[in-house]
Design a protein around this ligand. Structure first.
Ligand SMILES: O=C(O)CCC(=O)C(=O)O
Ligand SMILES: [Mn+2]
Length: 200
């Protein structure tokens, strides 16, 4: 399958064991209006996870969109996707071009302010298969983001500003954890979209 080379790929911000490519100025989504568009058009619901056998509601909100057969188990809960919206399809097409792959689903996360975050984890659910390619697009408040190597504990700290696209691939999920630390310094909302390909 041929994808047009629309941008020069940056170097990986990970020194080894997988790749994380940061496209900092991805012009198509640099307009601040994208945050409101996504806030208004997506069906945000409180994120739930199963913790110690109990269903817990998080402050963070999320939404799962994709091809109708792309079911996904996340946080111990099977999710059925909502149908693609025009905004999500537009962002998906751009991510597919720079990641040189196709995606059939997207997990949308809404962090109201710096009190919402996401702890250390890897996107390694079995539905994603080995060495998944994941495109993570950020809108709204700039937030710190970190990778930590599972064995050496080496930590790589970056910042994800509005409009940036982070492509994670190769052994990234197998070898590194990632997190969105909470921070008292951020008062504004942030949306993150992670485009994924669920194997069926
Ligand atoms: O909000 C972010 O930047 C990260 C989100 C994330 O890691 C996830 O949805 O798996
Ligand atoms: Mn993740």
């Amino acid at each position: 399958m041929g994808f047009p080379a629309i941008m020069n790929a940056p170097n990986s911000i990970l020194p080894h064991d997988g790749e994380a490519l940061l496209f900092s100025e991805s012009a198509p989504f640099s307009d601040p209006v994208w945050l409101d568009r996504l806030l208004d058009s997506l069906m945000w619901t409180p994120d739930t996870v199963i913790m110690f056998g109990k269903l817990r509601e998080m402050r963070r909100k999320s939404a799962w969109y994709g091809d109708l057969d792309a079911h996904y188990t996340y946080g111990g809960i099977k999710r059925t996707p909502l149908p693609w919206t025009p905004e999500l399809l537009q962002i998906k097409l751009h991510c597919e071009a720079i990641a040189e792959t196709t995606f059939n689903s997207v997990l949308c996360n809404l962090y109201h302010d710096g009190n919402d975050g996401m702890g250390w984890h890897a996107d390694n659910e079995k539905e994603l298969g080995p060495n998944p390619v994941i495109a993570s697009v950020s809108f709204g408040a700039e937030r710190p983001f970190a990778f930590k190597h599972r064995i050496t504990k080496q930590r790589i700290d970056i910042r994800l500003a509005h409009g940036t696209i982070l492509i994670m691939k190769g052994k990234c999920q197998e070898s590194w954890l990632h997190s969105l630390p909470k921070t008292v310094k951020v008062m504004q909302p942030r949306i993150n979209l992670t485009f994924r390909n669920i194997l069926m």
